[in-house]
Write a protein that binds this ligand. Structure first.
Ligand code: APR
Length: 169
């Protein structure tokens, strides 16, 4: 089941929240900074031993002081105009995050709008990829995992909700 809300992802009491990280996994701004601040220093300590993460891949850590049990760190593509496989890499972020979630029997997961902040990915295209990839993966795996797209702005929420209402898949 897919739904979209407007919230600060660090407040969500779900099994896992997804972090839009950078390849070092050593924290940053945006949602990455918010998650590290809320989780506390143990999160960074665990991230330090993960040895980074290539774009499009995902790694799991505990959630520490967060209400979420786990954090799935994934690294989105930087938007370079659309001819550098940005769509494929963004799709991989959702696919690999869901793969990790299923491996860890995660039942509820919240995604931020990966790559649409500092990395500059246009929100409409990114939201379309997010919803289509998650829908396809759930159908393929016959999984009942609950997916929440956690938008930070009202505008982003409207984009996700209009795509979900259209039932794109
Ligand atoms: N909860 C939910 N969403 C949030 C939050 C939050 N607390 N804070 C920011 N966001 C939203 C942004 O508004 C944007 O829609 O997360 C989305 C992703 O934006 P960024 O956090 O800038 O992530 P991204 O565009 O993927 O860039 C990643 O930014 O913070 C650095 O270390 C990070 O280098 C990496 C880069």
């Amino acid at each position: 089941m897919l739904n979209a809300i407007q919230a600060d992802i660090t407040t969500l009491k779900v099994d896992a929240i997804v972090n839009a990280a950078n390849s070092s996994l050593l924290g940053g701004g945006g949602v990455d900074g918010a998650i590290h601040r809320a989780a506390g220093s143990e999160l960074l300590a665990e991230c330090k031993i993960l040895g980074g993460c290539p774009t499009g891949e995902a790694k799991l850590t505990k959630g520490y002081k967060l209400p979420a049990k786990f954090v799935i760190h994934t690294v989105g593509p930087v938007w370079l105009g659309g001819n550098h496989n940005e769509a494929g890499l963004l799709e991989n972020c959702y696919t690999n995050s869901l793969k990790l979630a299923l491996e860890h029997r995660i039942k509820t997961i919240a995604f931020p709008s990966i790559s649409t902040g500092v990395y500059g990915y246009p929100i409409n295209e990114a939201a379309h990829i997010a919803i289509q990839t998650c829908q396809k993966k759930l159908n393929e795996l016959q999984s009942d995992i609950e997916i929440t797209f956690c938008c930070f702005s009202k505008h982003d929420l409207e984009v996700y909700q209009s795509l979900l209402n259209k039932g794109i898949c």
